[in-house]
Structure formats: C-alpha cells, structure tokens
Design a protein around this ligand. Structure first.
Ligand SMILES: [Fe+2]
Ligand SMILES: [Fe+2]
Length: 167
C-alpha cells in the first residue's frame, strides 16, 4: 500500500478510537448525572467506534501493512446538559464524515481502488451516524427544559439495542 495512504488509514484508526473515548466520557458523565438511558446509548456508540477502528485495523493487515497507534487526546469530562453532549456528538460525527471524505479523495489520488471501495462502507455509515445523533438533538430541543421530557427521552435512549424493535 502507498505509504501516505497507510499513514492516513492509521490516522483514522486513531480518530475512531478517539471517538470511542469521547463517547465513553459522555457515557460516564450521563451515569454521573443519573441518566442511565443516555449512558447506555453512548456506551454502545463507543463500542461501535471500536468496531470501526477494528475494521480499518483488519484492512491494513489484509493489505500487508502494519497498524501503528498514536496517543489519544483526552476527552472533555463533563457537559452542561444532555443536549450539549449530543450537539457535541453530532458535530464530532460531521468532523468524522469530513475525515472519511478526505480519505476517499486520497485513495482516488493515489489510484488505490481497493481502499476506495473499502471506504464506501464508512461513507454510508457516516450518513447513519450523523442522522442518529442529530435525531436526539432535535428531540432534546423539542422538550426544552421539561424534566418529564428528559426522563422520557432517557428511557427511550436506554431501549437502543435491547431488541425492543423500536429502531
Ligand atoms: Fe466511526
Ligand atoms: Fe461515529
């Protein structure tokens, strides 16, 4: 694999693990604030980000490259509200989309078709990632300062991945 392409994919492993770190920090903050549903949602999101990192790790190995790991930035520890945290998560996903788009561009520049095709999964995934975080932002904006609304949204978020069939 092209050296620069390999470096860029390794950088993306770091971005994905850094996303996991961020979402785990959000989960911990929600736990601390007695919002178990939002905590479970973010904790699952963190696991998905680790899976994204592993996907790239596997691809690098398949291509005969070597994965190398850079230091992860320390995530923020606390957010003012659930809305603030989800807004930050949405913004972060937009940033990740940007990273993925740059990777695709780079794969095209070095005429690396297999990497370009590999990255398609991430392009599609980012549409879902932006949508799911923005949906929560919209709901939280709708309820405003309602404690009752917050309680209900937290319960709803806790149902994610529990096989409730709601998604
Ligand atoms: Fe990701
Ligand atoms: Fe993500």
């Amino acid at each position: 694999m092209n050296d620069k392409m390999l470096k860029a994919l390794n950088d993306q492993i770091r971005e994905e693990l850094s996303s996991a770190y961020l979402y785990l920090a959000m989960a911990a903050d929600f736990e601390d604030k007695n919002l178990p549903g939002a905590a479970a949602w973010m904790s699952q999101q963190a696991q998905e980000e680790v899976a994204h990192a592993m996907k790239i790790y596997g691809y690098i190995n398949d291509k005969g490259g070597k994965a190398v790991f850079d230091a992860l930035p320390k995530p923020q520890e606390s957010w003012n509200s659930m809305l603030d945290a989800f807004k930050a998560a949405y913004k972060h996903e937009q940033y990740i989309t940007d990273c993925i788009n740059k990777l695709v561009k780079q794969a095209r520049e070095v005429d690396d078709t297999s990497t370009e095709i590999f990255l398609q999964w991430f392009v599609t995934e980012q549409v879902e990632e932006e949508k799911s975080t923005d949906e929560v932002v919209q709901k939280l904006q709708m309820i405003g300062d309602s404690k009752n609304g917050l309680f209900m949204i937290d319960r709803e978020l806790g149902g994610r991945g529990a096989g409730s069939g709601s998604e």
